[in-house]
Design a protein around this ligand. Structure first.
Ligand code: AR6
Length: 178
């Protein structure tokens, strides 16, 4: 356990749209067209302008590939100033680079946050909903990637892992000792 890094990590059980942060990360899809789960909650909180911004981005880049990340303002969302959209891997059993792609989601989102010198970034459990990534393996990859990044970078100052399901939250609590 790394106490130093853990002082820059929080875990939270609840809705990501209620967490105060400079950027909330969205588990989006490749067309940034909105959807259910965390994506639906974020779009609902941010309002129409977020859809418009997302389609403007897609017109430019075509598609956001799994593992990539882009930033937008958070518009009407009261708790966050920005949204970092990333596309997680769809779980196909573990032999299709799922871990590598999931790590890229965290790493590329953190690179944007570090570049912008954000203090607080909130992550949902990317891919663990309708993309079927098992929550324990997903957190193992997320925690390792975030810890490695924080060791090397001053920003973001704090990463908040947000869980919607108690089982995943309990697992993270046990694994981190937080
Ligand atoms: N706050 C925090 N976590 C949440 C919330 C919330 N409001 N709502 C759900 N979760 P998912 P994915 C948790 O399905 O698997 C969308 O339709 C949820 O319990 O949102 O990456 C996109 O458009 C789960 O643990 O994302 C994509 O098409 C985690 O967030 C697709 O789903 C991720 O579940 C992405 O699938």
């Amino acid at each position: 356990m790394d106490f130093d890094i853990n002082s820059r990590i929080d875990i939270f059980l609840g809705d990501i749209t209620s967490v105060s942060c400079d950027a909330a990360v969205n588990a989006a899809n490749s067309s940034l067209s909105g959807g259910g789960g965390v994506d639906g909650a974020i779009h609902k909180a941010a309002g129409r302008k977020l859809y418009e911004k997302c389609s403007e981005i897609i017109k430019k880049i075509g598609t956001l590939k799994p593992g990539e990340a882009v930033i937008t303002p958070a518009y009407e969302m009261k708790t966050a100033s920005n949204i970092i959209h990333t596309v997680g891997p769809f779980w196909k059993g573990g032999n299709f680079k799922e871990r590598e792609v999931l790590s890229s989601c965290y790493e590329n989102s953190l690179k944007i946050a570090a570049d912008k010198k954000f203090d607080r970034v909130a992550f949902p459990a990317i891919s663990t909903g309708v993309y079927f990534y098992p929550y324990k393996e997903a957190f193992d990859a997320a925690y390792e990637t975030v810890s490695r990044f924080l060791k090397k970078n001053e920003f973001p100052k704090k990463v908040i892992f947000v869980f919607y399901e108690k089982s995943a939250f309990e697992y993270a609590k046990k694994k981190t000792g937080l």
